[in-house]
Unconditional design. Structure first.
Length: 257
């Protein structure tokens, strides 16, 4: 399901019957024309500040292998971050790491509400409807969100390569982490490089925990998913962890990768 360039979301394989729904909130760095690029340089618009490089490519590979529906955000998180509630300061940040966002400075309530209506509400509503359709069809499934993060933050290197994040519901994260040693050479950690205290589990809480769905957020260091070959390899590794974990939770697994 896709429409014009300013649509807030895209749904792929809506009829998939696999054991997960895949979410990639930060799939795109697109900024609709009316925001005039938020006053950013082209380098800033291409940077991690505006999106999660590589995340969508890995998410698509996983969704295809699992016959899973996937929803991705089609507007930059700097316009509105769909993994933050509308009232959060970092839903429309004025600054992220070293990058100033001039178009977000001094937004009044009317401007913020307009972005919520254009970006956040359609995405959240579409995800809710997708999950409801799967429930009504009698499918048992988990919610899996895919993100990427930078090798350094505020000048400090990050050694973790894969983060397995959770909020109050730890079932799926626990099952994945119990198998993390099976992926040789990967540094995989719980709630790293950040976790619930940093406000990053909004989607999990709203659409997973509240609805009783097993859920997990997977964070990938973006230098490890920079090429199609890297993305292929990482998707296979994640599926090797995720599929047995889903099976442990009594969810039917079809793994075609």
């Amino acid at each position: 399901m896709a429409g014009n360039d300013d649509d807030a979301f895209e749904i792929l394989s809506a009829g998939g019957t696999g054991p997960a729904v895949i979410v990639c909130e930060h799939a795109s760095n697109h900024i609709p024309a009316e925001y005039h690029g938020l006053g950013l340089s082209e380098d800033a618009r291409q940077s991690h500040a505006a999106w999660d490089p590589g995340a969508e490519a890995v998410a698509r590979r996983m969704a295809m292998a699992l016959d899973a529906p996937m929803i991705s955000g089609r507007i930059s998180r700097l316009v509105h971050d769909c993994n933050r509630p509308p009232g959060a300061p970092d839903a429309m940040p004025e600054r992220t790491e070293f990058i100033e966002v001039p178009g977000n400075v001094g937004l009044d309530a009317t401007a913020r509400a307009a972005r919520v209506r254009q970006v956040y509400d359609p995405f959240a509503r579409a995800l809710t409807n997708l999950l409801d359709r799967r429930r009504k069809a009698g499918h048992r499934f988990a919610l899996v969100t895919i993100h990427s993060f930078t090798p350094t933050w505020l000048g400090q290197p990050r050694d973790v390569e894969v983060g397995i994040l959770h909020d109050d519901d730890t079932r799926l994260a626990d099952a994945i982490l119990a198998r993390s040693a099976d992926i040789s050479g990967r540094r995989i950690e719980r709630n790293a490089p950040y976790g619930p205290a940093d406000g990053v589990t909004h989607t999990l809480r709203l659409h997973g925990v509240a609805g009783g769905l097993p859920n997990v957020m997977i964070e990938l260091r973006n230098d490890l998913i920079a090429t199609p070959a890297d993305q292929d390899g990482t998707a296979r590794e994640l599926l090797d962890l995720l599929c047995p974990a889903l099976a442990e939770l009594k969810l039917v697994v079809t793994h075609d990768a």
